[in-house]
Design a binder for this molecule. Structure first.
Ligand code: ADP
Length: 723
């Protein structure tokens, strides 16, 4: 009797909305989660078995070519997460699988090196050289190292291998991560820290999905507190894994050394800057369940944990959790989804929680734990506004009199100052004084930024770079191009001329380009080898500089000018975070905030130190218009090679809009960045009530429009960028 062929559905890491069916050859086993090779004309692709089919297909199916036997199974929870995340962010499920398969090498045979050790046999013929080698051959060494240690030629080692006196052993090139020890003594926690830690320990012990907001002022010891939750997860279950998400790679260094203090080992680190060998090791060890603590950037959420018991999203409000390229997703939202699928605990930590998280806490969906003070003698910094409307204007000077006086005092007291300006380069705009032309990149609608250290003009959206022209490309005037406004490089120029002898450094992604260089600069700042640090938002987050007592915000209004939905919230968070760098040890700190809008709610309430009033104000504003967290938002971004085509497609989209109640659509409108990399962009903004499945609405809408293949559509659920 002929059995019908067995059929498996295989998801491929490609922009595909669903798995493909393949025939499973006789005698081959491939349970769900297996990595297999399947033909996908014109290539062969590695995918994952997603399910088995019992209903035979009436088509002739291609066969599974190979089952990758040495690869682990992709766990069922991970597959569920991939599916549900794809639905939520409106992306093809294959694209989410691709994110989970970032380390292609992890599926190969584990790489090993061949070492030699003594076998215990004595060779028939013994020579002095052979004796020396056998005396050294205790621990496994490479043949070359052994020969070197014994001071003999490699021929002697080979001879001993042939004679059977030495033997080969394999050692993995991906050694397991050492086990963290939860029983090492923690710090003496303060009363409120103890209370929060106790609550979180209980939450972890519950062994089910529970979420908590750890809402503590900057420097209140949130890290110390969540360490206790991690210790509890590790203690309870010898296989438990813990994921700690951080918004910036720049922060991992400082945090990993704190992990080492608390748990005796550095955790597994995962981020895009890690090399492929490091990624392979982490992926494999996570899949094997041996990496117990993983610290990483947002993509660490897509690792194949076997037994995830706790997720921590540190600085949960941070915008870097939103990925804007490729699959557009918010790692905080997906972390909550993942925790609910894994039925594990999740802690969202911040001094300035996002309104979304605050709303969840207010509605009781998340427990709300508060830390109101810094431990010991450290005090929260005072925050003062410097009203620039009344400051004498001095061209090419951006430090007003209040801030300048404070810098002078700080230097005299041998303390450190941090000047915050969220603009990279020398000048954010290059203008022709003859014709008024503002220089733009040839293929994009964004201004070119002047960089003096590198001598280039740079488009910060696309990375396009050119030399600064000698004549205006528009009117041909000579020497008329001039940089307008300050960037950090220009601010450094002003600081050098006004504060002679001060040791000044600039920290931005252009000046510090490698993790090592960053570590070195942070260490010098910690050790007091820098007097004035000038930085972009990299300096705002997480760092602890004991003698930093003054934070100067050069242009507090910068983030308010864009005026998008979150401008106020973002400004408030960023400025409170940066102010929070001051006075973290025994010396009191202060922040001076230069502003032309001292009465805007974000700035006024920041200076009043009234975060809760600011949140209440913002919540009211959002409630009035039904914006998040009181409603949902989505964006559709179309882009086409020409403006005409962009308009036609936008019209086609408009015409296809599905009927739905509780949904409002604005647009199409030219995107603020109308041309990007030569593509013309149109946007729709969609608002819905909270009870509407906006993801499904957007996906259904897109499904109804057939567009030419050169037109791209990006769907953005809960957009953060409106450009
Ligand atoms: P946050 O994450 O809330 O900004 P951290 O956990 O980084 O705060 O703590 C800020 C500083 O205070 C760190 O240097 C930390 O080691 C220290 N610290 C926190 N709690 C205590 C404590 N109970 N005793 C002594 N030092 C503490």
């Amino acid at each position: 009797m002929l059995f019908p062929p067995r059929i498996v559905s295989v998801l491929l890491p490609q922009p595909l909305p669903e798995p493909f069916d393949y025939e499973l050859p006789e005698g081959v086993e491939a349970p769900p989660g297996s990595f297999v090779v399947g033909p996908l004309v014109p290539r062969e692709v590695i995918g994952v078995v997603w399910g088995e089919r019992t209903v035979p297909s009436n088509r002739k199916l291609k066969p599974v070519l190979e089952v990758i036997a040495q690869a682990p199974l992709l766990p069922a929870n991970m597959r569920t997460f991939i599916e549900r995340a794809a639905k939520y962010v409106c992306a093809p499920v294959g694209n989410l699988l691709a994110m989970a398969m970032r380390s292609r090498e992890a599926l190969d045979e584990p790489p090993v090196e061949l070492l030699v050790v003594a076998s215990g046999q004595t060779p028939e013929r013994m020579t002095p050289a052979r004796e020396k080698v056998l005396a050294e051959a205790g621990a496994p060494l490479s043949g070359a190292d052994l020969a070197r240690a014994a001071g003999v030629s490699s021929g002697v080692v080979k001879g001993l291998l042939d004679a059977g006196a030495l033997t080969h052993v394999e050692r993995s090139l991906d050694p397991p991560f050492p086990l963290p020890d939860p029983e090492r003594p923690p710090r003496d926690l303060t009363g409120e820290q103890k209370e929060a830690a106790g609550y979180l320990r209980d939450m972890v012990r519950d062994n089910t999905y529970r979420a908590a907001l750890l809402d503590g002022v900057t420097g209140s010891g949130k890290t110390e507190v969540y360490f206790e939750a991690i210790a509890e997860a590790l203690r309870r279950d010898p296989d438990a894994q813990v994921l700690v998400l951080l918004p910036e790679i720049a922060l991992t260094q400082a945090v990993t050394s704190r992990f080492e203090d608390r748990f005796g080992v550095v955790p597994a680190e995962w981020h895009s800057a890690a090399g492929s060998a490091a990624r392979r090791r982490v992926w494999r060890e996570v899949a094997a369940g041996r990496a117990r603590i993983v610290v990483g950037a947002r993509s660490a959420l897509f690792l194949p944990y076997r037994k995830l018991r706790l997720i921590i999203v540190d600085e949960e409000h941070d915008q870097s959790y939103k990925q804007e390229e490729g699959v557009i997703y918010h790692a905080r939202d997906l972390a909550v989804l993942r925790a609910s699928i894994e039925q594990c605990a999740i802690i969202l930590a911040s001094a300035t929680p996002s309104l979304e998280t605050m709303a969840n806490a207010q509605q009781g969906k998340y427990s709300h734990l508060k830390l109101s003070a810094r431990p010991g003698v450290a005090q929260l910094p005072s925050i003062a506004r410097a009203d620039m409307r009344h400051a004498p204007t001095d061209t090419n000077r951006w430090i007003g009199p209040d801030l300048a006086a404070a810098i002078t005092q700080t230097l005299a007291a041998k303390e450190q100052a941090l000047l915050f300006l969220n603009r990279r380069g020398y000048a954010p705009l290059v203008l022709c004084r003859a014709c008024g032309e503002r220089l733009k990149a040839p293929d994009s609608d964004s201004w070119l930024v002047e960089h003096r250290y590198s001598g280039k003009l740079v488009c910060h959206l696309t990375g396009y770079t050119m030399d600064k022209p000698l004549v205006c490309p528009h009117c041909g005037a000579k020497g008329s191009l001039t940089g307008v406004g300050p960037g950090v490089e220009r601010l450094a120029e002003e600081v050098h001329t006004r504060f002679h002898g001060a040791r000044v450094e600039v920290l931005s992604s252009d000046t510090v380009t490698s993790p090592d260089a960053l570590r070195e600069l942070i260490t010098r700042m910690e050790n007091g080898a820098i007097d004035i640090l000038i930085g972009t938002q990299i300096v705002a987050k997480g760092h602890n500089f004991p003698t930093l007592t003054l934070v100067g915000v050069v242009d507090a209004d910068a983030g308010l000018r864009g005026g998008d939905l979150r401008a106020g919230e973002r400004t408030f968070q960023l400025l409170l975070q940066v102010a929070g760098r001051a006075g973290r040890a025994d010396k009191p700190g202060r922040a001076i905030i230069q502003t032309y809008a001292p009465d805007s709610p974000a700035i006024a309430l920041l200076a009043a130190g009234d975060r809760d009033a600011f949140i209440a104000y913002e919540m009211d504003q959002r409630r009035l218009v039904g914006f998040p967290p009181y409603g949902r938002l989505g964006a559709i971004i179309l882009s086409a090679p020409s403006a005409e085509q962009a308009n036609e497609c936008a019209a086609a989209f408009s015409a296809a809009q599905p009927n739905a109640s509780g949904v409002e659509v604005w647009g199409p409108a030219p995107a603020p960045i109308t041309v990007l990399r030569g593509r013309h962009r149109r946007r729709f903004l969609v608002r819905s009530d909270r009870n509407v499945d906006l993801s499904a609405f957007l996906a259904a809408w897109k499904e109804r429009v057939k567009l030419p293949s050169n037109v791209r559509v990006a769907l953005d659920v809960e957009p953060y960028s409106f450009m």
